[in-house]
Design a protein around this ligand. Sequence first.
Ligand code: ZN
Length: 327
Amino acid sequence: MSATKEILKPASKLLITEFGKRGITLKPTLSYQLISAAFGFWSHESTVDYTVPFEVLNDRHYFGAKPLFHHSLLCERVERLLSLDHQRSKDLTLLIVDLLTHHHPIRVQTLKVLYEPEYDATREMIFRVLQSKNSEPSPLASVAIALKQLPALPANTIDGHLRLMCSAPIVMNEVRRTVGEFIDQAPTWIWCYPSPFVKEAFPSLADQGFRKPRIEDEWMVPAVKPRTEIGVGFVLLQQCASEFADVAYAVVSGHYEFKTTARDPKWSDIKVLSIPRDEVTHFRHKALAEILGHPVDELPLLSRCRACGELIAVADAKPILCCSCPR
Ligand SMILES: [Zn+2]
C-alpha cells in the first residue's frame, strides 16, 4: 500500500461508515476521490501522481499548515459522483469537512512541498491547487512564499536551513552556545517533518501566512500575538538529563519570523528553541519512539565529514545533508 493510501485509508473508512449511517453506499474508490476533492484536487490519481504529502495531525492543535478545504469543488464532486441533488450534496460536503477537521484530521505537509527538491517541478502546481480562491493572500506562509506573495526565505532546503542554524545561538540550562557547538557535544539526530503530535516540535512546523487582524487578537498578550512565521521543517534531538525519566531528549526547533516593522520587510534570522521531552508514555503523551515507530537512535545521525568538517547525514542510504567535498 502506498504511503498516501496508508494515511488516507482510515479517513476513507470513516467516510464510508458515516455515509452508510445516512443511507448512502459509498464505494472505497469514490471515498478517495472525495478526500482529494476536499483539498482542491480534481482526482485521487492526481494526488498520487504528484506525491502530495498528506499527514494526520493532532486534533487539538493546528500548529503548522491549517487544512484549507475547497467546499465548492467538493460539493460539485459529491453531486456528480453520487448523483445527488444540490442541497443533499451541500450537507454531505459539510459532513466531510467536519470529519476531516475533527474526527480524522488530515492536511498536506506544505513545508515538505516547499523544501524538498523532489517537488521542484510540481511545487507551484500543488500550491496553486491548495490556495483557496477566496483567501488571497494565502493564510499559509509556505504557499505565499512559493507564489511570491512573500519574499523568499534565506534558505529553501533542509540542508540550507541547518547550515544557517549552526551559527544561531541556543540556550540550554542557562548556557549559551551555537547550534553547531551543541551538535558537536553529543550524538544528535535529525527528524525531518516531525509528527504534529510532538508539541515540542511546533516552532519547526509553523506555517502562518497573512491573516486579517481579528478582534480576539486585542485580548492576547503581545508575546503570543499571531504573526507571519515559518518553521525549518525539522528538529534536532539530543539526549538530556531529566528529573522524571531515565531518558529524555532536548527537542531543538527553529523558525523564521517575518519582520514587518522594518522599512524593508524581511525574514528574521532563525530563532532556535530547545525544549526537553521525557521519553515516557502516559495519558495523551506518547514516547518519541512510539510516535516514530522505531527507536530515536535509528533517525539519521548528524556527523562531520572527516575531510572538510561540514555536517553530513544519511537516511536510507540517501544523503539528506551533504558537505561540499567533490563526489
Ligand atoms: Zn566533506
